[in-house]
Each structure stands twice: as C-alpha cells, then as structure tokens.
Design a protein around this ligand. Sequence first.
Ligand SMILES: Cc1cc2ncn([C@H]3O[C@H](COP(=O)(O)O)[C@@H](O)[C@H]3O)c2cc1C
Ligand SMILES: O=C(O)c1cccnc1
Length: 332
Amino acid sequence: MITDAARQRLDALAKPQGSLGRLERLAIRLAETQGTLAPETRPRRLVVFAGDHGVVAEGVGLWPAEVTAAMMRLMLDGRSTCAALARASGTEFLLIDAGSKAPCFPPAPGYRDWRIAHGTANLARKPAMTVADFDAAWSVGTRAAEEAAADGIRVLAIGEMGIGNTTAAACLAALLTNAEPATMVGPGAGATPESLARKRAAVATALTRARAEPDPRHAIAGLCGYEIAAMAGCIAAAARLGLTMVLDGFITGAAALVARALEPDALRTAIAAHRGEEPGHAPVLAALGLEPFLDWQLRLGEGSGALLLLPLLDAAAAVLRDVATLAEVTGG
Ligand SMILES: Cc1cc2ncn([C@H]3O[C@H](COP(=O)(O)O)[C@@H](O)[C@H]3O)c2cc1C
Ligand SMILES: O=C(O)c1cccnc1
C-alpha cells in the first residue's frame, strides 16, 4: 500500500521520526493521490469555474450579480487575487464560464466560454436547473479535467466565481450531509442581519422542495449552480484520470459532495487545502472525510486557498524525493 510505503519512507529519513509534523501527513496524502513515492507538483493549473445565480434576486447577499462578470474580467486581465496568487506559485490559470451572465469576452488562451445557460433560475422559487442542464454542466467539468490531463498537468487546483453561490452551496451541503439548513448558512461575501435572514429562508424553502424529490439527481439539480455542477464533474473526472486535485473552500466542498453523491470514488485524488471561515465548511470537510491542511481564516473563494497550499505541496514532494535515509548516512 502506498500509504504504508510513504509512512515508512518518511520514518526512515535522516530526521527524527514525525519531526516534520503535518507536512508529513501532506506528503502521505500527495503520495496517495499519485500512487508513487516520487509525486510531481508541476506543471499545475488553477481552473476557476464561473456561474450566476437567480437566487440573488431574493437579496441573500450584499453584492449584485454583475460582480461575477467584473471579477471574470479582472481574472482575464491578471488582476484578481487568484490570478496574482497563481503567478506567485507558478500555476497556469484557466477561467471556464459554465453559466454566467457575463458578456462573451474576447478569445484568450486562459478563457473558455462553455456556458450551458446565462445564470440559474431562482432556487427559492423553482428548481435552479433541469437535470439535462446539470448533466451538461457536469460535462463541462469533465472536459476541463480531460484537457488538463492531455496537457500533462499533474496538480489541478479547483475554484469558483459566482455571486450568490454560497446560498446554492448551503442548500447542497444541507441536502447531502442531512444537516439542519441553517447550520450551513454563513455570511458568504458579506451580509447584514436582514440579508442573512433572507438567505436562511431561501435555503429552508429550497431544502423542503429538494427533500421531497425522490430522485437524487433531480434534487441536486434543483439546488445547484452551473459552476458547482462543472466543479463536481471536474472532480469526478480528475479522480478517474489520476490527477491530484486541490480543493478550495466551502463552495468547492459542496461540489465535492455532489461529485461523491453521484460517483463514489470521486475524492480518490482530492486534497482539501484549508478550512475556511464559512461555518458550513468544517462540517462539509468532515462529511467528505478530508483533512484540511491550512486554517488561515480564508473566505474568498476563486481557488485562493488551494493556491496557498501549493508551496507546501512542493515542500512535501521535495522531502519525499530529496532527503536521504538515515541508513544511507550511517551506512547501516
Ligand atoms: C468582489 C468579490 C470577489 C470575489 N471573489 C470570490 N468571491 C466569492 O464570493 C461569492 C460568494 O459569496 P456570496 O454567496 O455572498 O455572493 C463567490 O463569487 C465567491 O467566489 C467574491 C465576492 C466578491 C464580492
Ligand atoms: O469558502 C469559500 O470558498 C468562500 C467563502 C465565502 C465567500 N466566498 C467563498
């Protein structure tokens, strides 16, 4: 088993056993995702999936839907947080529009307009999308993972952009962990007491409808976002293709729950970068059975937390690959 082999190798290195603390757990997880004691962390790519959400009309947050397009523009100009962090960590950046209301931006190497629709329906009033549209958005993610594998990418960081998507993620997280809906609702990109109350009400209403739906795919589609469905498809495909994937925050976690609900092996090569500030993130990670490696009070999204873990992933790979064993040093 690769897990045992990695543990044995780390214990045999010229250092006190366990002295690299949680870096050793990260090294073991990285080795597991690639099935080798010589894992590679480059080339790597951040894929940000974008989508818009009809539920914004309920006043569930502070920001208008137009901010999705504005942030996409910034990403393509290399001036968003994720673009800056991607450059800083030597990571390719790709923006995939799965269902935003943005204008079609000019063709660029780091941009794919693979839209299924221009925003979801308002999930507080009716199903967010049809099952056919869910499947199409899932396929957008599959295509992104296949493209990454064909390009020789070894590590895929996964993130999102979509105003309103913490409401959809809260719905999916409550549905798929069987939690009380209110426990998954947090401030997202900012809230007032009033907007938070509207968000709780929207999530509770949508959950009542979804829980009455006997078919899980229908229930999920009714709560989902195009970028979330695409992330789920990407996660499932990355697992099949043996690509190490690094998951970002609460919304990515909700997508991972969707992926696992429909494909049980979807988290085979997943690493959870961090535990963020959104209150639903910790219970989602617990339900996924994934250990988060950073606890930096992040609440941005855009794949930012995943990018922050990458230097530590490099460090974990370097330790496995480059450190001599004690036996080599002592000749024993
Ligand atoms: C300027 C800005 C940049 C962002 N980048 C990511 N998000 C994050 O906030 C959104 C989710 O929060 P909510 O559900 O409250 O809308 C998502 O787009 C997420 O990626 C941002 C939000 C804003 C406002
Ligand atoms: O955890 C996240 O990814 C997150 C939290 C708040 C807002 N946007 C994203």
